[in-house]
Ligand binder design. Structure first.
Ligand SMILES: [Fe+2]
Length: 439
């Protein structure tokens, strides 16, 4: 995180004696990154965090990628994925590479253990559901459309509230909720785009689409002072395996911490879209970044306001990145056949763009209600077998067909044709010839 904060009890100086009410010392832990020169927090435990037993390897979580040499666009329909596992074991990896892994999770049960991803940062986008994440830095209450950023090494337990259907009974298709998880596996950390943060003060800059006030930091309760010899399991993800460790004390036994390394929440509705007179490129949607990938938020917003603006994105080639979009809600103007929970994947090297008919259909629009999360990676992404099982084989051919309906000869259709006025205040002439339009 870019800025310093603190919570709970702290001694006046770091690395000095700090005593519990019974006179014994609290156990200080420096939670440092990048060899102690990156963001760091200092935590004070009631008990030594080193007193663990067990260290059993439970299962491999190494993704198995398939069709790694196949170049094609994909449409993964995740809406029908059945609930399984808990908020950790239920994650189904759909895409990934050596920089990041993308999974979708529809939990079927709760976690009766704590979890630590010692392999990478996690960015969890909550699509449906609400609940609480209990972390060693305090408690985060989450709801729909929250990004929960959990930095590497954080011990946590994610607890969803049961979801009920319209009839008030538990929803068997989605008993707790659903989330998209993007995690790093290249040792980098997920944070705000560096261009939005002051180099001198780490403060969000004025042109950033969000700022400190939009972030929700951990709150109380912070400290769980419970003793149960060997009775607290913490599962640690490391080396592409999940290992089981046992603690004698509740792993969230911290009485205070301070620093710049902690989990937080940012709700996508608090992203203030940057709009323009003409189409703005995807970087204006960027919300987070890590080494070799970015995460973007496509939010409801006013569309381009030049009277001849084309409101949907132009055809484009991601020459240096693969692009995965997760569709959350709203009508995505440039694509047909996309469902809530769909993921589309467009590999670098193949141009993609609006579906047939969508350009003309968009010209009169002034607003889009689309909501989607995008992850662009700078190295090729690979699907997993689970992704292929729900891949629409017809998607790559969905751009076939007539893109532009014929208009009357010599006419150009301007967007907002009803009552559009030029800079001089006069109505815009609708009879300009194509390609020669000028206000
Ligand atoms: Fe794109």
């Amino acid at each position: 995180m870019p800025y310093y904060t603190k919570m709970g009890q702290l001694p006046k100086h770091r690395h000095t004696q700090f005593r519990r009410p019974d006179g014994r010392l609290y156990c200080e832990e420096v939670f440092g990154t990048e060899g102690f020169v990156g963001p760091t927090s200092t935590l004070y435990h009631i008990h030594p965090p080193t007193q663990v037993t067990g260290w059993t390897t439970l299962y491999s979580c190494a993704p198995e990628y398939v069709e790694t040499s196949v170049m094609r666009m994909r449409h993964i329909k995740s809406a029908g994925m059945k609930p399984k596992g808990d908020p950790v074991t239920g994650r189904v990896i759909l895409f990934g590479n050596s920089d990041c892994e993308m999974s979708v999770c529809t939990p079927a049960e709760g976690m009766d253990y704590h979890f630590k991803n010692a392999q990478g940062d996690e960015c969890i986008f909550v699509h449906f559901g609400a609940g609480t994440v209990y972390t060693m830095f305090g408690t985060l209450r989450f709801g729909p459309k929250d990004y929960i950023v959990i930095p590497k090494g954080t011990i946590y337990r994610m607890v969803f509230e049961p979801l009920k259907g319209a009839d008030g009974r538990p929803n068997p298709l989605m008993p707790y909720g659903k989330f998209l998880c993007i995690e790093t596996c290249n040792g980098s950390h997920i944070g705000p785009p560096r261009r939005y943060v002051s180099k001198a003060t780490s403060q969000f800059l004025e042109h950033s689409p969000y700022c400190e006030r939009d972030l929700r930091l951990p709150e109380l309760p912070l400290t769980f002072d419970e003793v149960k010899p060997g009775g607290f399991e913490v599962r640690v993800k490391a080396r592409d395996c999940v290992h089981s460790y046992h603690y004698d004390y509740h792993p969230l036994d911290i009485v205070g911490w301070d620093g710049c390394y902690y989990p937080y929440i940012f709700n996508i509705d608090d992203f203030m879209p940057i709009t323009g007179k003409l189409h703005m490129p995807p970087p204006i949607h960027q919300t987070f970044e890590a080494h070799n990938f970015v995460i973007c938020s496509f939010c409801p917003r006013m569309l381009d306001y030049h009277p001849a603006a084309v409101k949907v994105p132009y055809n484009h080639s991601n020459l240096d990145s693969d692009e995965v979009l997760y569709y959350v809600e709203g009508n995505f103007g440039s694509r047909k056949g996309i469902e809530v929970g769909s993921l589309t994947a467009h590999p670098q090297g193949i141009p993609h763009g609006p579906h047939p008919g969508t350009v003309e259909a968009s010209l009169d629009a002034t607003y889009t209600g689309e909501l989607a999360v995008m992850c662009d990676t700078f190295r090729p992404l690979h699907p997993t077998k689970a992704a292929l099982e729900i891949d629409d084989p017809n998607y790559p051919a969905s751009w076939q067909g007539e893109h532009f309906p014929k208009l009357a000869s010599g006419q150009i259709k301007l967007n907002g044709v009803h009552g559009v006025h030029g800079p001089d205040g006069k109505p815009i002439d609708r009879q300009h010839t194509a390609d020669t339009w000028a206000p």
